[in-house]
Design a protein around this ligand. Structure first.
Ligand SMILES: Nc1ncnc2c1ncn2[C@@H]1O[C@H](COP(=O)(O)OP(=O)(O)OP(=O)(O)O)[C@@H](O)[C@H]1O
Length: 443
């Protein structure tokens, strides 16, 4: 049973791209009865905020993702400290004293000579006396992981056989001079401690993977499976960022979109499946095959969210929306919902149709005599879905009107609008009193 994790940094609201990662993890876990861990990567104390972590949990809950466990890296520093000690003891972590400016100058020199700007491991050659001198001068070391220069290969669940030559990488800094942890080590330590056996994340992490595999091995742990999926970009190829707030789940929710419209677009774009509205996460889980996710960026058009939303609502059963309709002050029960669901893009649009039923509306009466004739022919109640056809037949026989010139004046009189849900369904909801008043021109 897979154990997976979604590991956002709480530095903003999650966007639709992060959602792709969260949902892929969720689906892989849930369809196999596995565990989903939500891990807040909040070791960056300056940018992380507890309120963002809370908002991310709310956004995930809205999407239907309920973590089996939630952890915060800021609560787990002792574990990282212990790993640091082990790596130091094993000679895999070494102290460096260069300042950012010194490193920058060195990189520029390397590039000027046509060399890749890879850290030259100068700190490995420091003598004890030189290190003491730095300490005496008040410099604190940052700590780099000593990579084994070799090809690191793994079978990527999305990308197939993957490999990176670590000789082309700088030894990564794991601990900053202020003692703070960068992303790389805490992530590995947590994956080991929480028994994560499948890391599913965006392909922005591919390079990290080679380094992290070496850290798993240096800590004597089993290496999990890795799957790196393509990133969502807008149709014009722009990336997404938590910090910009664009296409955040919060804004899509506030904009009245259904969670499954967002989930369907986030998950199906850039896969072998056609992008279409899927009613439940369980169904989506059944469709996703990691090995058939495209390697090209997953471009999507935010305008498709509206289309998906409308298509989703058009099929939605009344039971799925009854509570939310009641909260919007919409009555009419299932009959009303079935009458209007095909004419809405957002659920809140149902409220406008409810106002058309209950009034007041501004009836449009182009031919008052015709309207009066129709009013006189309104059958007695009770009304049902057959009432409209019987009434229209009677109006046709009495006035000789047919086709559009029969239907449109009736629609304009009853609703004040040229378009809308089928009148055979709306008429019984409008009822005889209101229909009569509208045909007589009352609002
Ligand atoms: N555009 C995207 N499409 C799909 N997945 C993404 C996208 N951007 C980030 N991710 C994934 O979301 C997960 C959480 O990432 P992270 O918290 O670093 O978010 P971010 O949006 O990359 O960050 P930030 O904007 O804060 O730099 C990672 O697994 C990352 O690969």
């Amino acid at each position: 049973m897979p154990v997976v994790r979604f590991a956002p940094s709480p530095t903003g609201r999650i966007h639709i791209g992060n959602t792709r990662t969260a949902l892929l993890n969720w689906c892989v876990a849930k369809r196999a009865g596995g565990r989903f861990i939500l891990r807040f990567d909040d070791t960056d104390r300056e940018r992380s905020r507890p309120e963002y972590a809370e908002a991310i949990a709310v956004d995930l809950a809205w999407l239907g993702v309920a973590p089996d466990l939630t952890v915060r890296q800021s609560d787990r520093i002792a574990l990282y400290d212990a790993a640091v000690e082990r790596l130091q003891d094993a000679g895999r972590l070494y102290a460096c004293y260069e300042t950012e400016e010194e490193l920058e100058r060195r990189r520029k020199r390397q590039m000027a000579r046509g060399l890749p700007p890879v850290y030259d491991r100068a700190a490995l050659k420091l003598t004890v006396a030189e290190k003491m001198a730095f300490e005496m001068a008040g410099r604190r070391p940052h700590w780099r992981f000593l990579l084994e220069h070799r090809i690191v290969a793994w079978e990527d669940g999305v990308r197939g056989p993957a490999h990176i030559d670590t000789a082309s990488l700088s030894d990564p800094v794991l601990v900053r001079a202020d003692g703070g942890y960068l992303y790389t080590l805490p992530s590995v330590v947590d994956d080991i401690d929480l028994a994560v056996d499948h890391v599913i994340r965006g392909e922005d992490h591919v390079t990290n993977t080679a380094v992290q595999i070496q850290i798993f091995q240096a800590l004597g742990a089993a290496v999990p499976a890795f799957s790196h999926h393509n990133l969502l970009t807008t149709a014009s190829g722009e990336g997404l960022s938590k910090r910009s707030g664009a296409l955040s789940i919060g804004s899509l929710r506030d904009g009245g979109l259904e969670p499954m419209a967002v989930a369907s677009l986030a998950m199906l774009t850039g896969t072998a499946e056609a992008v279409r509205p899927v009613a439940t996460l369980a169904e989506l889980a059944g469709l996703i095959d990691l090995s058939r996710i495209s390697r090209a960026p997953a471009r999507f058009d935010p305008a498709d969210l509206e289309t998906l939303n409308a298509r989703l609502l058009h099929e939605m059963p009344h039971a799925a929306v009854a509570g939310r309709l009641a909260a919007l002050g919409v009555g009419g029960g299932e009959a009303f919902w079935l009458a209007v669901r095909g004419n809405i893009v957002r659920l809140t649009d149902a409220a406008s149709w409810w106002r058309v039923v209950t009034g007041p509306v501004a009836p449009v009466l182009e031919d008052r005599a015709f309207a009066q004739a129709a009013a006189a022919l309104l059958p007695p109640e009770p009304w049902d879905e057959g009432t409209w056809a019987a009434w229209v037949e009677a109006v046709k026989a009495a006035t000789g009107a047919k086709g559009r010139s029969l239907f449109m004046p009736l629609r304009l009189a009853l609703t004040g609008l040229e378009h809308g849900p089928e009148l055979k369904a709306l008429l019984p909801l409008i009822g005889r009193d209101r229909a009569l008043a509208r045909l007589e021109g009352a609002a």
